[in-house]
Design a protein around this ligand. Structure first.
Ligand SMILES: [Zn+2]
Length: 110
Protein backbone atom coordinates (compact mmCIF):
# COMPACT_ATOMS: atom_id res chain seq x y z
CA UNK A 1 0.00 0.00 0.00
CA UNK A 2 1.30 3.42 -0.97
CA UNK A 3 0.96 6.08 1.73
CA UNK A 4 2.08 9.57 0.72
CA UNK A 5 1.89 12.58 3.04
CA UNK A 6 2.80 16.18 2.20
CA UNK A 7 4.64 18.41 4.63
CA UNK A 8 5.95 21.95 4.65
CA UNK A 9 8.92 21.08 6.88
CA UNK A 10 9.76 17.41 6.36
CA UNK A 11 12.15 16.39 4.95
CA UNK A 12 14.56 19.13 5.92
CA UNK A 13 17.21 20.65 3.67
CA UNK A 14 17.21 19.92 -0.05
CA UNK A 15 15.68 16.47 0.23
CA UNK A 16 12.36 16.04 -1.59
CA UNK A 17 11.00 12.96 0.17
CA UNK A 18 11.68 10.69 3.10
CA UNK A 19 10.31 7.27 3.95
CA UNK A 20 9.25 7.07 7.59
CA UNK A 21 8.07 3.59 8.54
CA UNK A 22 6.48 3.07 5.13
CA UNK A 23 4.91 6.54 4.97
CA UNK A 24 6.42 8.63 2.20
CA UNK A 25 6.61 12.24 3.37
CA UNK A 26 7.03 14.67 0.47
CA UNK A 27 8.04 18.31 0.70
CA UNK A 28 5.02 20.47 -0.14
CA UNK A 29 5.13 21.57 -3.78
CA UNK A 30 7.41 18.78 -4.94
CA UNK A 31 5.89 16.67 -7.71
CA UNK A 32 6.80 13.02 -7.20
CA UNK A 33 7.85 11.25 -10.40
CA UNK A 34 7.29 7.50 -10.65
CA UNK A 35 11.02 6.91 -10.15
CA UNK A 36 10.85 8.86 -6.88
CA UNK A 37 7.96 6.69 -5.71
CA UNK A 38 9.77 3.54 -6.84
CA UNK A 39 12.90 4.68 -4.97
CA UNK A 40 10.85 5.06 -1.78
CA UNK A 41 9.16 1.69 -2.31
CA UNK A 42 12.61 0.07 -2.45
CA UNK A 43 13.29 1.71 0.94
CA UNK A 44 9.96 0.36 2.23
CA UNK A 45 11.09 -3.16 1.31
CA UNK A 46 14.49 -2.65 2.98
CA UNK A 47 12.78 -1.34 6.12
CA UNK A 48 10.25 -4.17 6.32
CA UNK A 49 12.92 -6.88 5.97
CA UNK A 50 14.99 -5.24 8.72
CA UNK A 51 11.98 -4.56 10.97
CA UNK A 52 12.30 -0.76 10.79
CA UNK A 53 14.31 0.26 13.88
CA UNK A 54 17.45 -1.72 12.87
CA UNK A 55 17.08 -0.17 9.40
CA UNK A 56 17.22 3.39 10.74
CA UNK A 57 20.02 2.52 13.17
CA UNK A 58 22.12 0.96 10.41
CA UNK A 59 21.24 3.83 8.04
CA UNK A 60 22.52 6.50 10.46
CA UNK A 61 25.62 4.51 11.46
CA UNK A 62 26.58 3.85 7.87
CA UNK A 63 25.97 7.49 6.98
CA UNK A 64 28.30 8.56 9.82
CA UNK A 65 30.98 6.09 8.70
CA UNK A 66 30.72 7.33 5.11
CA UNK A 67 30.88 10.90 6.39
CA UNK A 68 34.18 10.08 8.12
CA UNK A 69 35.40 8.52 4.89
CA UNK A 70 34.31 11.20 2.40
CA UNK A 71 34.05 14.38 4.53
CA UNK A 72 31.07 15.37 2.40
CA UNK A 73 27.37 15.16 3.41
CA UNK A 74 26.02 14.54 -0.09
CA UNK A 75 28.68 12.01 -1.05
CA UNK A 76 28.18 10.18 2.26
CA UNK A 77 24.41 10.05 1.65
CA UNK A 78 24.75 8.68 -1.91
CA UNK A 79 27.13 5.98 -0.66
CA UNK A 80 24.86 4.53 2.04
CA UNK A 81 24.18 0.96 0.87
CA UNK A 82 20.39 1.44 1.10
CA UNK A 83 20.63 4.53 -1.11
CA UNK A 84 22.98 2.85 -3.57
CA UNK A 85 20.54 -0.01 -4.03
CA UNK A 86 17.59 2.38 -4.38
CA UNK A 87 19.27 4.81 -6.80
CA UNK A 88 20.82 2.10 -8.96
CA UNK A 89 17.51 0.25 -9.37
CA UNK A 90 14.83 2.95 -9.18
CA UNK A 91 14.42 3.08 -12.97
CA UNK A 92 13.84 -0.67 -13.24
CA UNK A 93 10.09 -1.02 -12.65
CA UNK A 94 10.40 -4.81 -12.27
CA UNK A 95 13.17 -4.61 -9.70
CA UNK A 96 11.06 -5.27 -6.60
CA UNK A 97 9.47 -8.32 -8.24
CA UNK A 98 12.79 -10.10 -8.59
CA UNK A 99 14.68 -8.49 -5.70
CA UNK A 100 16.12 -10.96 -3.21
CA UNK A 101 15.92 -10.49 0.55
CA UNK A 102 18.75 -8.39 1.97
CA UNK A 103 19.75 -7.30 -1.54
CA UNK A 104 21.06 -4.02 -0.09
CA UNK A 105 24.00 -5.94 1.44
CA UNK A 106 25.39 -6.34 -2.10
CA UNK A 107 25.90 -2.57 -2.09
CA UNK A 108 27.73 -2.36 1.24
CA UNK A 109 31.34 -2.11 0.15
CA UNK A 110 32.54 0.59 -2.11
ZN1 LIG B 1 16.67 7.07 -0.73
Amino acid sequence: MLRILHSKYIPFGNYAAINLFGFIVVKKGYKMRWVDIHHELIHSRQQAEMLWIPFYTWYVLEWLLKLLKYHNLTRAYFNISFEREAYLNQHDINYLRRRRWWAWTRYLVK
